[in-house]
Design a protein around this ligand. Sequence first.
Ligand code: R7I
Ligand code: MG
Ligand code: MG
Length: 313
Amino acid sequence: MNRSLPSVEDRFAGCLLGLAVADALGAHFEGESPEVLAYRYRNAEDLIQNPPAGELRYTDDTQMAIGVAEALIARGQIDEEILYRQFAANYVPQRGYGYGSRIVLQAMVDGGDHRYLARNLFSEGSFGNGAAMRVAPVGILFRRDPVRIWEQARLSAIPTHTHPLGIEGAQLVALAVGIASTLDVFDRQDFFAALSEMCQSIEFTSSLVRAACLTNARDLGQLGNGTEATDSVVTAIASFGLTPDSYVQTIGNAILVGGDTDTIAAMAGAISGAYLGRAAIPEHLLGKLEDNYQGRTYIEELAVKLYRLHEAP
Ligand code: R7I
Ligand code: MG
Ligand code: MG
């Protein structure tokens, strides 16, 4: 399909705003079943054209992505100490953090042993999708370097997610964002092959194979809709892979899967925005996104700063 290509700067904005808008819209439907959503909305377009009334307020997904972006801007790469500091500085419990992340972040704020908690709260550390939901700034900044993306995404995950699957979920989303942001034309086979090539676990590898074969948005739910990374990361990637030329379809279908709707939509929205650029995000949704402290304007400024960092010699 022919399309007018977005500029690289536009892709940076599309990525961060695409994440925030999708998170904030998806948050209205968190925990909903796909059946209830199908009863309420005819399809993805219907959902996007008829969003809930009032302001769209983002959740922990965007709040933590802001922290990742700030940490990158401060040092040009992930520095553990800076990342901890930003996560703690931005921590607002009311944004709906996951159970494990809440405990680890509270320890960061209180000066507790957050490293010990991150490793031991679950038997091998968390495999929730909390590292994947926030990683998009890493993918867009290091977009031309898959190896760097893989390593930087790992570093961005470990403050809260030390389980290999929690980390790999973040690596896959970051890589999907990076690849999408470099593509002029989308080739589904190439896209999934590039992700599979870096993938190490059998869990994600098999899920990517299924995602690459998917032909109908109604089947996205087969890839999962829960808060574990293996239940949501590939669902989001697959939603983008089904409708790469439409941000509306991509996040609408991601929400209609039900369950962890804010996060699946946020990950799908970041990838879609990185491919299509800011103009693909409907103005009526952007206009509803909260724009107070660290709101839409601030997120746009972060995108510009990340872009400048990307362009710096
Ligand atoms: O990953 P995390 O930050 O949660 C992110 C989710 C997103 O949907 C956000 O929008 C927000 O709503 O929360 O928080 P974690 O608590 O680390 O992981 C999420 C969930 O995954 C946990 O609450 C557990 O249910 C599950 N989980 C595990 N269960 C058993 N054993 C994660 N790791 C394990 C584990 O090792
Ligand atoms: Mg959330
Ligand atoms: Mg969520």
